[in-house]
Write a protein that binds this ligand. Structure first.
Ligand SMILES: O=C(O)CCC(=O)C(=O)O
Ligand SMILES: [Fe+2]
Length: 264
């Protein structure tokens, strides 16, 4: 059984109460990063391309360098121009030394979510952003362990075939008793949920980016400030920076990586 614990307490930026930081795990949440007018325009732009709102599945739109669900990397030959509703806010992202160049806009009808995963370490830069709009949602974090890495879904074909890098390592086999114990430990490793309000920007770096899985549980309600609240349609823009050539690879201290689910 998964143990749910209280979310750790953030530090509020002394000069801007809209900025919350969990410094030890590299997590930042910025409230009201976009205006309500921006939000309305983004929702309209999304549905101009994908009119359905009443489906039961998450819908994704890809901009910039596409994510390739067979390699968990990016496709260099597929580039979709990035809409101005995204490029307009890039100069306000908290990290300006490098900027995202891959954008996935997703619509989550109420009741849908995304399974626990760690976005690929080797293919994307450290900073991982999620801009939420349309509805609040709870994002669940859980420290990932070696068994999570073992469950990693390897790419169907290696994006590194053309590069000089070795393909992703297959985790060492372990004896089944040890594996069973680890599985138990991990199932019992506590998870906690963080409410992402509409118009907020989440930035994951360090441990929260590499050492924790993140997920959205598929359910119709969330508990916000002690009240059960119905989810409405929620949208997000996941922003990543594609690593290229020599930058592909990962020497971080965290165990393995879980690939994204390839269902979109
Ligand atoms: O919808 C979100 O906020 C996060 C989505 C996500 O984790 C991803 O696309 O990798
Ligand atoms: Fe993710």
């Amino acid at each position: 059984m998964t143990i749910i614990q209280e979310a750790p307490t953030p530090t509020v930026d002394p000069s801007n109460p809209n900025i919350l930081r969990w410094k030890d795990i590299g997590l930042t949440l910025i409230y009201e990063f976009i205006t309500e007018a921006d939000e309305a325009a983004m929702i309209e732009a999304f549905h101009a391309q994908d009119p359905a709102r009443d489906g039961k599945k998450r819908i994704s739109q890809h901009f910039g360098h596409h994510f390739d669900y067979t390699t968990f990397g990016s496709v260099d030959t597929k580039f979709t121009p990035v809409p101005t509703y995204i490029t307009d806010f890039l100069p306000r992202l908290p990290i300006q030394t490098y900027l995202p160049d891959q954008f996935t806009v997703q619509y989550y009808p109420p009741g849908t979510g995304i399974p626990p995963h760690v976005d690929t370490h080797s293919m994307f830069g450290e900073a991982l952003y999620s801009l939420s709009f349309g509805s609040a949602v709870a994002m669940q974090f859980r420290m990932s362990g070696p068994n999570d890495a073992r469950k990693m879904r390897l790419p169907k074909r290696s994006a590194q075939a053309e590069s000089t890098e070795a393909p992703p390592a297959v985790p060492d086999p372990v004896d089944s008793r040890e594996q069973g114990q680890q599985q138990l430990d991990e199932e019992q490793s506590p998870s906690w949920e963080l409410i992402l309000p509409p118009r907020s920007l989440l930035l994951m770096t360090g441990p929260s980016r590499y050492g924790y899985t993140h997920a959205i549980r598929p359910r119709k309600t969330d508990v916000i400030d002690g009240r059960t609240v119905q989810r409405r349609g929620r949208y997000s823009i996941t922003m990543r920076t594609v690593r290229r050539g020599d930058e592909i690879g990962c020497d971080c201290a965290f165990p393995g990586e879980l690939a994204l689910t390839g269902d979109t």
